[in-house]
Design a protein around this ligand. Structure first.
Ligand SMILES: [Zn+2]
Length: 120
């Protein structure tokens, strides 16, 4: 069934996106219980989104990273901080809506790491 295949694709994409963002949260030392529940909430919202638009499955990792970044801004401040620049600022996800998302330092215009690989 095509629908089942779509569901599996969606769940694989969500699982991958969740693992990547969780790895980045752990790499930048904010993977406390509160943050993990924030991540779970973001995952369930993105599950709804990608069910409406299955073609967007490849974009979920980048979107989820931005969702968590936005949620953290409200509770814990900027995340993840750029470790290259002296002036503290948060890294940005590029592309905002596309596959193969990276954390980018906008000051330098350089990609720092793929989403999911902030820890090196
Ligand atoms: Zn920077």
């Amino acid at each position: 069934m095509e629908g089942q295949a779509d569901n599996r694709t969606i769940e694989v994409a969500l699982h991958d996106a969740r693992a990547r963002v969780l790895a980045d949260l752990a790499a930048r030392a904010v993977a406390q219980a509160e943050v993990v529940s924030l991540l779970e909430e973001a995952v369930s919202k993105r599950r709804w989104w990608v069910q409406q638009w299955p073609d967007g499955a490849a974009y979920v990792a980048g979107l989820l990273a931005q969702d968590v970044q936005d949620a953290l801004m409200e509770t814990q401040g900027r995340w993840p901080l750029c470790t290259v620049c002296d002036e503290p600022h948060a890294l940005a996800v590029e592309p905002e809506l596309g596959p193969d998302p990276h954390w980018v330092c906008e000051a330098l215009g350089e990609a720092i790491a793929p989403v999911g690989a902030l820890g090196g």
